[in-house]
Design a protein around this ligand. Structure first.
Ligand SMILES: NC(=O)C1=CN([C@@H]2O[C@H](COP(=O)(O)OP(=O)(O)OC[C@H]3O[C@@H](n4cnc5c(N)ncnc54)[C@H](OP(=O)(O)O)[C@@H]3O)[C@@H](O)[C@H]2O)C=CC1
Ligand SMILES: N[C@@H](CC=O)C(=O)O
Length: 351
């Protein structure tokens, strides 16, 4: 049976998933026995459409590209327009909500309420919005479990690179006592461009925004708040230690200038915005700060929007994973893999 999806937000990432579902429809059906249809999309400014029998994805993307507004989707019996996010979650016949609205780094809202509403209505949520996972992980994971629904959020850390699923699935049985990584694509892109191509900070930021890597408010990337959210998610979900965002010291890259970059280069070092979490005396201590890393450090060679993460484990030693940290297709894929996993579990239960 095809999954029925309702999208909350339809910017870079939402459109990325829609394109994947459209372009890979046959392949997903044949290789994964996976089928999904989009029944609703509710976006703040781009409008809102719902059809209980499903929307034609190619038409949705075409209408949006041509007119900028989803509500120009061709009218047909049963088509509903104008629903806000909460109405869409409650009233649509979707079984799974794809939450891809802004990450609000202060409150996590309205996305936290989107999750609460979906779980109470016994609907799964897959999301790349970091707010609810970083700020309300304990509450929301408990609620999802109580309601017997799935909550997927692979893309909240390192987009589609399996920084969450890999340690949970493949490193199970280890104690992960330290995590160290480059977790923000925008700042790594800026630092790399400044270092390798002599591009200015402002130019590099504009490029990162045009390519869809930066947050709607890029202050979140530049000041380290985005990386702080990600290390909070890793501490809570992977290290299984409750850690609030306020407990994480945070400094971004705004004070790094060309002189700093050149000085580091002359020393054979590179500036990187590092996220760290370490278990100490039964608790986790975490930080975000720029650091000059030695050229021999595995993290020194991580360039552009690529992210990397090293897990220090008691049984396996250090395991390092690198891959995309941001991007339309890469983050769209993170939602697809969450959906495929929900589908696999659904099929297992029905065996
Ligand atoms: N881009 C990336 O590479 C990655 C992004 N993420 C996260 O994924 C999420 C989506 O990112 P991205 O697609 O790039 O962001 P965009 O800014 O491109 O898209 C977000 C969309 O959400 C809409 N929106 C905001 N608030 C609401 C609301 N209350 N109800 C309905 N729609 C709303 C916006 O509407 P409008 O603009 O019309 O006002 C916008 O279209 C963010 O939380 C981001 O942090 C995570 C990993 C990587
Ligand atoms: N703005 C973020 C997007 C992914 O989380 C980044 O640059 O890493």
């Amino acid at each position: 049976m095809a999954h029925k999806l309702a999208f909350i937000g339809f910017g870079t990432v939402g459109q990325g998933l829609a394109e994947i579902l459209e372009n890979k429809k046959e392949q997903l059906k044949v290789n994964e026995n996976f089928e999904a249809e989009i029944v609703a999309i509710s976006d703040f400014n781009k409008g809102s459409i719902y059809h209980p029998r499903g929307l034609e994805i190619g038409t949705v993307l075409g209408v949006l590209k041509e007119t900028g507004n989803l509500e120009n989707y061709p009218s047909s019996p049963g088509l509903v327009t104008g629903w806000d996010s909460l109405t869409t979650i409650r009233e649509s016949n979707a079984d799974t909500i794809v939450e891809v609205s802004y990450t609000d780094v202060k409150t996590g809202q309205p996305a936290i309420d989107h999750c609460r509403t979906a779980f109470r209505a016994q609907k799964n949520v897959v999301m790349t919005n970091k707010g609810p996972v970083a700020l309300a992980y304990q509450e929301l994971s408990h609620l999802a479990e109580m309601q017997g629904v799935h909550w997927g959020f692979e893309g909240t850390v390192m987009s589609g690179t399996p920084s969450l699923r890999m340690p949970i699935a493949a490193l199970a049985g280890n104690e992960i006592y330290e995590i160290r990584g480059i977790l923000n694509g925008t700042t790594n892109y800026i630092l790399t461009k400044m270092e390798d191509e002599g591009v200015t900070y402002e130019e590099a930021l504009m490029e990162a925004q045009a390519l869809g890597y930066a947050e709607a408010d890029p202050t979140s990337d530049l000041e380290g708040y985005d990386a702080r959210y990600k290390i909070a998610i890793l501490a809570n979900y992977v290290m299984k230690q409750p850690l609030s965002v306020d407990e994480i010291s945070c400094r971004g890259i705004t004070e790094i200038n060309r002189h700093d970059i050149e000085t580091a280069k002359a020393e054979g070092k590179r500036w990187k915005l590092l996220a760290k979490a370490r278990k100490e005396n039964g608790r986790v201590v975490a930080s975000i700060a720029p650091e000059k890393v030695e050229a021999t450090d595995p993290l020194a060679s991580i360039k552009g929007t690529v992210n990397a993460i090293a897990y220090d484990c008691d049984l396996l030693g250090t395991v390092t994973l690198s891959g995309a940290g941001a991007g339309k297709v890469e983050t769209g894929f993170s939602l697809l893999i969450d959906l495929i996993n929900i589908d696999r579990e659904r099929k297992l239960v029905n065996i």
